[in-house]
Design a protein around this ligand. Sequence first.
Ligand SMILES: [Ca+2]
Length: 371
Amino acid sequence: MTRTFKRFPLVLALAMGAIGVGAGSLRAAPDCEALPAMDFTSIPDAPTQATATRMVEATGEVPAHCRMDGYVTPNVRIVLDLPNSASWNGKYLQASPGGQGGSTEQEAGWCDEALRRGYACLTHDTGHFGMTRRSSWAYNNLQAELDYGIRGHHVAALAGKAITEHYYGRAPAFSYHVGCSAGGKQGMVQASRFPWNFDGILAQEPANVTAVGVMILWNALASYDADGQPLFTPADLDVLHAGAIAACDADDGLEDGIIGGDPRTCQFDPADLACASGQTSGCLSPVQVEAAKKKYTGPVTSTGEKLSKYFPFYPGLPGSEKGNYFSMDLESRTSWGGGSRGSTRIRDRAGRRPTSIGTTITSAWGFQMRW
Ligand SMILES: [Ca+2]
């Protein structure tokens, strides 16, 4: 049954800057400019306010469409692109951002492609405004954490599908979710917690934020001394990388500067790069050797038990010394306001309570049972 919404009362709608407002129930024909005048606060569990709409002209292969900006209370910003009714394929796609969200722009490319194929497409900011690699938004803001971790993606789906149904006068025949990294994780969250939201989910590289977070913290702690000073310079990482390549490049049968096959089988001991007596360059100090071993080993408990038994950690594998899980430490130090207090802050963060950000996926049984 098609859901119906009423227009805001005339006075209220005018106060909100709506155009062409009048009393009465909505018409079935799509009317882009009328969307801000509609009262979407009755969408169950997802009270929504449209804030602006405009017709977007065709660009390249992206057809002309209606774009609605709005938010689901309290603060999940949504952008919903609606093709002309003649070109709508009857389907809904939701693209959820990765990283720390904070913008509706991150997945705009997905909606361009979706529009080209005739989908109605929604992006959202996960419930806060911010940069994808900065986390100030979460300070003393449990609502934002919950929206980012679980709720924002869910209520965006409720709102997006309901407004799509209102716009065309019929519900989407199929609804899909796409996202990468934290967006991919959201696909898994939706499957496990809200299996009825989507008919298909493309969960690209779903990030286990708990595991990745611990891994990043472990690597960061291994990268700094007690005073918060970095143990490795980029030149030191070059030395470490060259040592790993020299040890294992040929393991895959081809000396091409790449540790192919399974780098986990690489037998490389950073101690082989330890400085000889009087040597000051092109080698590693004892402290650096121990730090490198920690990175290759991955997180362990206080009793030495490897946490990789429980989570699919991404350890610092030989050959990756110049990649994310080694160089990321330097970025983390900067973005977390490190300075000389870097390691202290990192420890503070590690000691904080787990939040909804580290959502654990337990089961997608309900989603699987749909088929
Ligand atoms: Ca090789």
